[in-house]
Design a protein around this ligand. Structure first.
Ligand SMILES: Nc1nc2c(ncn2[C@@H]2O[C@H](COP(=O)(O)OP(=O)(O)OP(=O)(O)O)[C@@H](O)[C@H]2O)c(=O)[nH]1
Ligand SMILES: [Mg+2]
Length: 239
């Protein structure tokens, strides 16, 4: 069982001024509309309808937050979420590049996404979901270029790999890695950008994605073992 399975809905926001004030790592899922962001979140969190996934592109219109932590609280959904037990937040960002969104709405979302990825201090890493059948589009590149100056990690998930044969999938992965490796910092060092193939349909790449996301969110197994050991050593009556 992964820690991500504890995820529960936290909040929806429309404006940057409404972003949660919690000081915990955020992992944001970005990508073109229909790339498979919501589907990936649902699979990683082992829940069918946590993030809304749809055949209609442009479905995720707001920034949706899911919290990780406080599992025993989350099991009783009527309880108030114990904010101080939340260890990380997953963020489902609205997809970009959906042609039928009107000009002004498009602009609003592009500005919001740009400002969010460039300025959000709690944002620990970006999970960029790219359809493995399409190369990086102009807006994917824009996203990487907004985020690269922060020096923070990007993990690129090449989704829908079930649609490609093995050879094409391998090529798509190689091309993505080459593209990501072309970004360097001011000292000419490559940035912490990684990529993998993923299919929600046949669950391939699920474990790799899970492990990387836990690592990026600071929720690695080693830390958990430590916490478990600590709490096991404490007497129950302490609180
Ligand atoms: N074959 C296949 N289809 C997938 C996969 N992942 C997602 N899909 C399908 O792609 C469509 C879009 O998936 P969503 O998860 O809603 O995409 P999204 O990126 O959240 O889209 P927006 O909310 O519009 O930004 C749905 O019909 C999914 O079932 C996959 O790995 N393989
Ligand atoms: Mg979505």
């Amino acid at each position: 069982m992964s820690l991500l399975w504890q995820a529960r809905f936290f909040t929806t926001v429309n404006h940057l001024r409404d972003l949660p004030t919690l000081q915990v790592p955020e992992i944001a899922f970005a990508g073109r509309s229909n790339a498979g962001k919501s589907t990936a979140i649902n699979l990683l969190c082992n829940q069918k309808k946590l993030a809304f996934a749809s055949k209609t592109p442009g479905r995720t219109q707001h920034i949706n937050y899911f919290s990780i932590g406080g599992a025993h609280v989350a099991q009783h959904r009527k309880d108030e979420t114990k904010i101080d037990e939340i260890r990380a937040l997953l963020v489902d960002l609205p997809g970009y590049g959906y042609a039928e969104v009107s000009g002004s709405a498009k602009l609003h979302w592009q500005q919001l996404l740009g400002d969010y990825v460039r300025r959000r201090q709690q944002l620990a890493a970006l999970v960029l979901i790219v359809d493995s059948r399409r190369p990086f589009t102009e807006l994917d590149v824009q996203m990487v270029e907004w985020f690269a100056p922060t020096g923070k990690p990007i993990h690129c998930i090449l989704s829908k790999s079930d649609k490609l044969n093995r050879n094409d999938a391998t090529n798509a992965l190689r091309q993505a890695r080459t593209f990501l490796a072309s970004y360097v910092d001011e000292n000419n060092q490559t940035l912490p950008f990684t990529a993998q193939l993923f299919s929600a349909l046949n669950r391939s790449g699920l474990e790799e994605a899970n492990d990387r996301i836990l690592e990026l969110a600071g929720l690695t197994t080693a830390a958990d073992d430590e916490t478990d050991a600590e709490s096991a050593a404490k007497p129950d009556s302490e609180e």
